[in-house]
Structure formats: structure tokens, C-alpha cells
Design a binder for this molecule. Structure first.
Ligand code: C6P
Length: 404
């Protein structure tokens, strides 16, 4: 059992008021709030060990390098990667996905096929479209049903010997649907395709085991899991990271540079050109420690309770429709109210202290499927409470009355 009030005290931002009302923060899908230990770790880095890494013999540089590599090791353990050099620091999920699509530009040939899903965030659509334009490869799309679930038979039918890459998100940001990624990975592998999983919305809720999943790449952002913005991880299997060319050229990613030829550094440095977000990388390790101390089993159980409670309470509102009604869901609810634009509801409840996201959530194909301009999305974290859900429901009811 989690002591939610004790957990809430770890997050200074949660005790403030917004528009004169206590903040109810339900925009965790966009970014999570940060506990004091994470904020302190960021300050401590700049106060005590700030220096560039992998470059200096001086003491501070070694301290910063050690802390950065310790953090890489923590991520390795957390996601159960086989080697620490399979863990690349990035600026976020978007960066990780672009690193991979850039690499596949030298691998794909015209008429090769890339499969994405209808549930993807634009970050996991646009880079693949750009790759297809560059290489002549063809983009294929797994459709969804009315519950917002992937139609798996359609995925099976899309696979062929032409399929070179399959990519889906672990959890949909717009609907909260958890995808059957183990099935997708195994099936794609049986056709020899590589698989990238966009784990941006999964890592705040669960602990992925990349070896058990057997995915080739797994990308996620630190800021959605209590870490700093501008941090992220791309996990890649060693064999794939050796195969892909570097993403960016620059300092620290080389073995030797001459004007005739440059050779590249070993993994992971081949993919980490330039001075990284050192503080962020170190503090991401602190955030992972924090979450593991709470325990992902506890987080999942409690967030599921919040999801069920919110689904029940919101369903009391006449004319309210929930999108993403599939069975396997994370603590995200997307909804609309008949005849009212989501933006209007979002703006009114903001005045009542409730922070939700409204709009297409960078997932326009999903909105097109449901023929809507967007939704109101409430995404819950382990520091949220049922009382906050009650406040949101009351506020949505008020907005409905005002706007009808
Ligand atoms: N989704 C949301 O409100 P970055 O911006 O690189 O940290 O993450 C991009 C991204 C990729 N995939 C998925 C499934 C995501 O949800 C996101 C970010 C936020 O839903 C901001 S648009």
C-alpha cells in the first residue's frame, strides 16, 4: 500500500495553487512532476561536480564522468539490458527514434516496407515517413478498432518478407491503450524485421524488460518518469547499434580523425556526439531510484485503481464519451462531451485548478479515425488521488452546464 500523502509531500509543486485553486495535475502524459530528491540532485551536480565528461583528467571531470556512467548502469539494470553500452543517452524519445530512422536510411532499399501503427504519436510517424521518402521504402499502417485497439489480424496480414522494420508504441499517449508488444515483436522477428518500441508512455507506469521483450530498440523520455526535461534513453541491441551509422558527427564520437578518414568510437560513444545533458543524465538515475523505491508493482496497482475510479465517475456524466475503451489500459482517459469543443472544457476547468491536456495530443490519425478535432485527456500518476478525480468530475460538470 502506498502512503499517497507522504508521496505527495515529495513533490513541492503539488502543494501550490493555480488560479486561486489547489492544483490538480492530470497532465502527467505530457510531463511528470519532479520529486524534491530529483530537484536537489540537479542543484547538487552544479554546486559540487559540474565539469565536462570523458574529457578531463582533473578530479571534477572524473567525478562527473563516474556519476554519468553510474547513471547509465542504473538504466541498464532498470530495463535489464544485456550491456551498459546498449544504453544511449538522448534528449528524449523523439531524438532516439530519429537516431534509428537516420541509421536505417543506409539500410532500406526501394520497396522495402516499414510498419507503423495508427496509434502512434507523431514522433513515431513523421521520422519513418521521412525515411521512406528518402529511401523509396513503403509505409504500411496497422489499423485500430472502435475501442482504440490495434487490429492484430491486420498486422499479421501486413507482414511479409518485404517488412524490414516494425514500430509501435508500448502505450498510446492519446488513449492509454497498452499494445500487445511481445506478440508484435515475436511475429515481426519471424519475418526478419527489426522492431522499435516507443516506450515514452510506458516507463512512468511499468518497468520494461528489454531482454524478455527481445525488442531491437526501445526509446523513452526521462521527463515523463520524474526525471529532468531534455533527457532520454535509446536502448539498442548491440548488433544493431554496431550496424547503424552514427547519427551526428562531432566530439567524443570518434576514434581517430584525419582529413582522409575518420574512424568512430566504440559503443555507446559512437552515438553520443558533443557535450551531453550531463546533469540531466545523472539525475535521470536519481529519478529511476526514486520510482524503484516506490515500486512499480505498487504504482501499477494504485494507478489502475485511479483509472477504474475515474472511468466510473466520468461515465456518470451524460453525453460524455470515453475514447480508448479497450481492456488493457494505463491510467489515461481521453474523453469528450457531446456538442462541446474539448478546448472549451479544458480552459474552464483550468480556471478551477485542473490541468489536463486538450487537443489532438500529437496523434492526429487517431482523432481522424474517431472524426473528432481532439479530446480532453486526463493522465494520472501515482501521486494523484481519488479526491482530485472528484474535483475534476465536478469541474467538468460545471463546464458542461456553462457551455450547454
Ligand atoms: N507525448 C503527450 O502529451 P518527447 O517529446 O521526445 O519527450 O516524447 C515524444 C513522444 C513520443 N511518443 C509518445 C507515445 C509520446 O507520448 C511522446 C510525448 C506528450 O502525450 C507530449 S506531445
Amino acid at each position: 500500500m502506498l502512503d499517497i500523502q507522504k508521496i505527495r509531500a515529495d513533490f513541492p509543486i503539488l502543494s501550490q495553487t493555480v488560479n486561486g485553486k489547489p492544483l490538480v495535475y492530470f497532465d502527467n502524459g505530457a510531463t511528470s512532476q519532479k520529486p524534491q530528491v530529483v530537484i536537489d540532485a540537479e542543484v547538487k551536480y552544479y554546486q559540487e561536480i559540474n565539469a565536462n565528461i570523458h574529457r578531463g583528467v582533473h578530479t571534477l571531470s572524473q567525478l562527473a564522468t563516474d556519476a554519468y556512467e553510474v547513471s547509465r548502469g542504473k538504466v541498464k539494470e532498470h530495463i535489464n539490458a544485456k550491456f551498459a553500452h546498449e544504453v544511449l543517452f538522448t534528449s528524449g524519445t523523439t531524438h532516439g527514434i530519429n537516431l534509428v530512422t537516420n541509421g536505417f536510411a543506409s539500410i532500406l532499399k526501394p520497396d522495402d516496407e516499414v510498419i507503423v501503427s495508427s496509434l502512434e504519436h507523431h514522433s513515431n510517424i513523421v521520422p519513418w515517413q521521412m525515411l521512406c521518402e528518402k529511401t523509396g521504402a513503403v509505409l504500411k499502417v496497422i489499423p485500430i478498432n472502435e475501442n482504440g485497439e490495434l487490429i492484430i489480424e491486420a498486422f499479421d496480414a501486413l507482414l511479409s518478407e518485404k517488412t524490414k522494420v516494425v514500430t509501435v508504441n508500448h502505450i498510446s499517449n492519446a488513449l492509454g491503450i497498452i499494445n500487445p508488444i511481445k506478440y508484435i515483436i515475436d511475429k515481426a522477428h519471424s519475418f526478419g524485421a527489426a522492431v522499435l518500441i516507443d516506450g515514452a508512455q510506458a516507463v512512468p507506469h511499468l518497468k520494461p524488460d528489454v531482454q524478455e521483450l527481445d525488442c531491437d530498440f526501445y526509446a523513452f523520455s526521462g521527463h515523463k518518469m520524474c526525471g529532468p526535461t531534455g533527457t532520454g534513453i535509446l536502448y539498442g541491441k548491440e548488433e544493431w547499434l554496431n550496424k547503424l551509422p552514427p547519427y551526428q558527427g562531432g566530439g567524443e564520437m570518434i576514434k581517430e580523425v584525419t582529413f582522409e578518414k575518420t574512424t568512430y568510437a566504440d559503443l555507446p560513444h559512437k552515438f553520443e556526439a558533443g557535450t551531453p545533458n550531463i546533469a540531466g543524465g545523472i539525475v535521470l538515475g536519481t529519478a529511476i531510484d526514486y520510482l524503484n523505491n516506490i515500486g512499480f508493482d505498487n504504482i501499477q496497482e494504485y494507478e489502475h485503481e485511479l483509472l477504474e475510479y475515474a472511468t466510473k465517475r466520468l461515465s456518470e456524466i451524460e453525453g460524455l464519451r470515453i475514447y480508448g475503451t479497450g481492456k488493457n489500459k494505463a491510467s489515461v482517459i481521453s474523453f469528450n462531451i457531446d456538442g462541446i469543443h474539448p478546448y472549451d472544457v479544458g480552459s474552464i476547468i483550468d480556471k478551477l485548478g485542473i490541468a489536463v491536456r486538450t487537443g489532438h495530443h500529437c496523434a492526429q490519425p487517431i482523432m481522424n479515425f474517431f472524426c473528432i478535432p481532439g479530446t480532453i485527456r486526463a493522465s494520472f500518476s501515482f501521486y494523484n488521488t481519488k479526491e482530485e478525480i472528484d474535483q475534476m468530475v465536478d469541474s467538468v460538470k460545471k463546464a458542461q452546464i456553462m457551455l450547454s
